[in-house]
Design a protein. Structure first.
Length: 597
């Protein structure tokens, strides 16, 4: 057995030690929390409700514990180690050379019932930016359509023809293919491309309809791929693009702040078994075609969330899967409203639950299996948290709590709130401590204001998302899962008050119930639990306000919750052709469809 991982970058012994360290830290923190909680709940003997509380906490806590570990580890690497990228991603330096490319690649845009003009505008901007590097001849551009709506398909063909006409002599490098059947969803779309066209290329860069990558980032990934033939997938760090939606701005502000530290920490020990998010990544076509065909589920169903399974299969085949944990010109758009955010999260939940059936695939590496378990745990924790909130309110009603160790319980509760916020706080601290970091976000005042707003909003988003996932999992258990995936509405737009109230009413009623129980049994508990419960109560007005076009425009004017690209726009954003966003146009393309992320 070779002493090194396939690409020869790091020894297996070194990676084993890193994983052992992270496992030991997580196990220590997790067990300490469980012992502390057991001491609190078991002081007067164990009741059924106390046992249920303990079990729910045991299920919910691991996600938060590992999140803290990744973020703190990433923060330490970034600020207390020289050249942290050399330790975490030793392949990265190969991307910094000026060497001319030797291989060819296909840029593939998968699209299904989307706004074609919008998606192709982004693709044209990418091509222009890549051509400006002088390496454009190495790339061909594919639009891979699975559209079922005839009207939208006609729009795709019209917009693609216009793009080809504008390109003139470059038109032969642009290809459009529409499948008659959405077999295998997005993964099937990509596989069809690989089998029909992939033999002409060494690499592909798959894109979603909202993807945007600049030429420098694409070349960086290509040079790394050429330098290391045993790296099968290189995932770029994808960040949110500037948005006119207040909701998207708030959400991606926190995501952007915390992503660098979290991903840096995760990549330190995940290493050769890294994540794949299905887009904005470099994929080596030959091994992907040969080894990453997705198995059918029992009953003949197709896999919805294909990316992590493909990463596991690529690693099983002896090729590394790596993430480049550095901000570059790789962007996506986040949902413009809370309702769209919930729809996306529930799509991901349905897809990730399919991984349970795939855990027994033969030959997967232990780290790959862990990645699948972790993807499942991301959603399994939601009903556990929901149960904790309800059981905590019920406990004083069903048993005597006069001798309950309230001081110890309050301390544990506050500590866990800190653990919940720690990845965000580590991210904001990283920005503040990085030279010029706050300036990239518009200055210290805007950074602090945005951070406070985002942290408050995260309690609302987290509460509603957890409750919605809980309801979905309950429906899946009772009635089975659905394979339907709705198309995404990507443009900023206002929400209908009635629709919003109907969608969020169950969460509101749950929050009202919990607060009522707490107010009756222990009024102080209602106040203490506010960070965990107020999100349910204010979700409806928050959703309506954060979707308001006027509020979004004001956020943009003030630079509030702005990403660095707003304050110093990269060239690729200047290449995007501006066009008016019309509400009726956005609604027209948001037709129901089985859409894979």
């Amino acid at each position: 057995m070779s002493a090194a991982a396939p690409a020869g970058l790091q020894s297996r012994a070194q990676l084993f030690r890193r994983r052992l360290i992270v496992a030991a830290i997580n196990a220590t923190v997790y067990l300490a929390l469980l012992i502390w909680l057991a001491d609190i709940l078991g002081q007067g003997g164990w009741s059924l409700i106390e046992a249920a509380l303990f079990l729910a906490f045991a299920i919910a806590a691991p996600w938060s514990v590992l999140g803290v570990c990744n973020a703190v580890l990433g923060f330490w690497l970034l600020h207390f180690r020289l050249h942290p990228l050399d330790s975490v991603a030793p392949f990265a330096r190969a991307g910094e050379t000026r060497r001319r490319l030797r291989t060819r690649a296909a840029i593939t845009l998968t699209i299904r019932n989307e706004d074609a003009a919008r998606a192709l505008t982004r693709l044209a901007a990418m091509k222009a930016d890549l051509d400006a590097t002088g390496e454009g001849a190495r790339f061909d551009w594919f639009v891979l359509s699975d559209t079922t709506d005839a009207r939208i398909a006609a729009q795709e063909e019209t917009e693609f023809a216009r793009w080809r006409d504008r390109e003139g002599a470059e038109a032969p490098k642009l290809l459009y293919r529409r499948r008659a059947d959405n077999i295998g969803y997005k993964a099937g779309n990509i596989r069809d491309f690989c089998e029909r066209f992939g033999g002409a290329y060494e690499f592909m860069i798959p894109l979603d309809a909202d993807s945007l990558m600049d030429g420098a980032t694409i070349l960086r990934l290509m040079r790394i791929g050429e330098a290391y033939p045993r790296i099968g997938i290189i995932q770029s760090l994808v960040v949110g693009a500037p948005s006119r939606s207040a909701f998207a701005r708030i959400f991606q502000f926190g995501m952007r702040a915390g992503m660098r530290t979290y991903t840096m920490g995760a990549a330190w020990w995940g290493a050769d078994c890294g994540p794949f998010w299905g887009h904005n990544a470099l994929v080596r076509i030959a091994p992907f075609t040969a080894y990453c065909a997705l198995p059918l589920l029992s009953g003949g169903g197709h896999i919805l969330s294909h990316d992590q399974i493909e990463a596991a299969l690529m690693r099983r085949a002896g090729y590394e899967v790596r993430v480049l944990p550095a901000e570059s010109g790789s962007y996506e758009e986040n949902p413009p409203t809370l309702l769209e955010f919930l729809r996306r999260d529930l799509r991901w939940c349905r897809g990730n639950m399919q991984y349970i059936e795939l855990l027994a695939l033969p030959g997967l590496l232990p780290m790959s299996r862990f990645q699948l378990v972790w993807a499942i745990a991301m959603f399994i924790g939601a009903p556990a948290w929901t149960a904790i909130i309800l059981l905590g309110a019920l406990l004083p009603l069903v048993q005597d709590v006069s001798n309950f160790p309230s001081q110890s319980a309050a301390t544990l509760y506050l500590l866990f709130l800190l653990l919940y916020l720690a990845p965000k706080l580590a991210g904001y601290a990283d920005i503040a401590m990085t030279p010029g970091g706050a300036r990239r976000y518009g200055g210290a005042a805007l950074l602090a204001l945005g951070a406070g707003l985002e942290i408050a909003a995260s309690f609302v988003i987290g509460a509603v998302t957890s409750f919605s996932v809980t309801l979905l999992l309950a429906r899946m258990i009772l009635r089975g899962g659905s394979a339907g995936w709705d198309a995404q509405t990507r443009d900023a737009h206002g929400l209908d008050a009635g629709e919003t109230a109907r969608a969020l009413r169950p969460a509101f009623l749950f929050g009202a119930l919990v607060l009522s129980l707490a107010a009756v049994s222990a009024p102080a508990l209602a106040l203490w639990s506010a960070p965990s419960t107020f999100g349910y109560i204010v979700a409806i007005p928050f959703a309506l306000a954060s979707a308001s076009p006027n509020l979004g425009a004001w956020f943009a004017r003030m630079g509030l919750c702005g990403v660095p690209e707003e304050f110093a726009p990269p060239a690729i954003f200047g290449r995007l052709q501006r066009r008016p966003e019309r509400k009726e146009e956005a609604e027209a393309v948001a037709t129901p469809a089985a859409f894979d992320r």
